[in-house]
Design a protein around this ligand. Structure first.
Ligand code: SME
Length: 151
């Protein structure tokens, strides 16, 4: 089923996260995002560990070989370093891009912060070019805020 009402999805995610603190809820949110939006073809959460990003819960058709990414490397590492959301309309044109899946055309990475420090991030790949817009960014930044209590 596809919901295109971000507010509705936000409420559903709040419900999933209420009262629980564990990676199970992170996985549930990842699964829910993947299943809810057609243009979210791979959804993962990376967690900061020292100067690395370590892959946590993810959902997609294929596993990525990039389970550990140094901060500062790739789109993921750039977003972790800057603390700013990255939207890449065409991954083939960004020389920072670390390729995970041949089908990926665009990507969004949203930092998860606690007390202004980046503690993780949401990484979403799409098989469609320029799949992500400012609505996705605003929505996923709210989701990232909610997730920060569970990392
Ligand atoms: N493309 C990312 C690597 C992670 S995969 O998309 C799952 C990057 O450039 O950092």
């Amino acid at each position: 089923m596809i919901f295109l009402d971000y507010q509705h999805v936000e409420q559903q995610i709040k419900k999933l996260l209420s009262n629980k603190k564990s990676t199970i809820v992170l996985q549930q949110v990842v699964d829910f995002l993947y299943e809810t939006f057609d243009h979210y073809n791979w959804v993962g959460i990376y967690v900061v560990a020292g100067n690395m990003l370590v892959l946590g819960p993810w959902k997609g058709e294929v596993a990525t070989e990039h389970t550990q990414i140094p901060i500062g490397t790739g789109i993921c590492g750039s977003a972790a370093q800057s603390g700013k959301t990255e939207i890449i309309d065409d991954v083939s044109k960004d020389n920072r891009y670390l390729s995970c899946f041949v089908s990926t055309r665009s990507e969004i990475v949203v930092p998860i912060k606690k007390n202004n420090a980046v503690i993780g991030e949401i990484d979403i790949d799409s098989d469609a070019p320029a799949a992500f817009n400012n609505d996705d960014a605003v929505f996923l930044e709210k989701v990232a805020d909610m997730l920060s209590q569970h990392i």
